[in-house]
Design a protein around this ligand. Structure first.
Ligand SMILES: O=C(NC/C=C/[C@H]1O[C@@H](n2cnc3cncnc32)[C@H](O)[C@@H]1O)c1cc([N+](=O)[O-])cc(O)c1O
Ligand SMILES: [Mg+2]
Length: 214
């Protein structure tokens, strides 16, 4: 039977990366996506911006929306202080299975809780079922039309506190116009655009960093 792109991406990790070495896992995926098959990981260029925001926030609790193959999960988890926790949500079971193996290969499974399911269903359960008070950092990288409804849902569920950071991928390409309008015009957010390029291409894209003001 034909393999899927995520399966081929995982094989590239198992072939080219060193077990327990998160940086080699990131490099192996970037090399695969540049030389073999494009895949919708945040990538190396935007990944450096992601790294700098994670390092600056130094979060204890992180939420990632849309695990896919676990590329940004590994990048974020690799920078977390001890005892910090990254919860990543993925509703496609095939992608989740691949991501679990990528995360395991990196040796970061202690810092990551991958939850299978839809963000719209899981966000309201974060406090009660996952013992979360509020998130210090949220990385949005799932379906682009879910960014705004899920942000409003996180507000409604009291999951954001004064100073919580939302970092959104793809605000230009494929684009998240309603989300961008909301965080840039709402008095409850202070937003900043980090211009970059769509992963592994020369097309413009960027990350939007928004601080929740409470
Ligand atoms: O479409 C893009 N990303 C969507 C990502 C989707 C991933 O998040 C999961 N998901 C979706 N809603 C979910 C709700 N709950 C849980 N997982 C969910 C999907 O099962 C998939 O694994 C994209 C596209 C391009 N592009 O150039 O075309 C570039 C990018 O960087 C992208 O991120
Ligand atoms: Mg993306």
């Amino acid at each position: 039977t034909q393999s899927t792109r995520p399966q081929r991406l995982l094989s590239a990790v198992q072939k080219n990366a060193t077990r327990g070495d998160p940086c080699s896992v990131v490099k192996a995926i970037d090399q695969f996506c540049r030389s073999k098959e494009w895949a919708m990981n945040v990538g190396d260029e935007k990944g450096c911006i992601l790294d700098s925001v994670v390092s600056e926030v130094n979060p204890t609790t992180v939420l990632e929306l849309g695990t896919y193959c676990g590329y940004s999960t590994v990048r974020i988890a690799n920078l977390l202080p001890p005892h910090a926790k990254l919860i990543t949500l993925e509703f496609n079971p095939d992608f989740a299975a691949i991501a679990r193996q990528v995360i395991a290969w990196s040796g970061l499974e202690e810092k990551v809780q991958l939850v299978e399911g839809a963000s719209g269903d899981l966000i309201p359960k974060m406090k009660e079922d996952f013992g979360v008070k509020t998130f210090d950092l949220v990385f949005l990288d799932h379906w682009k039309d879910r960014y705004l409804p899920d942000t409003k849902l996180m507000e409604a569920c009291g999951l954001l506190r004064k100073g919580s950071i939302l970092l959104a991928d793809n605000v230009i390409c494929p684009g998240t116009p309603d989300y961008l309008e909301y965080v840039r015009s709402s008095p409850r957010y202070e937003s900043q655009y980090f211009k970059s390029h769509l992963e592994y291409t020369k097309v413009e894209d960027g990350l939007e960093k928004s601080v929740f003001l409470g």
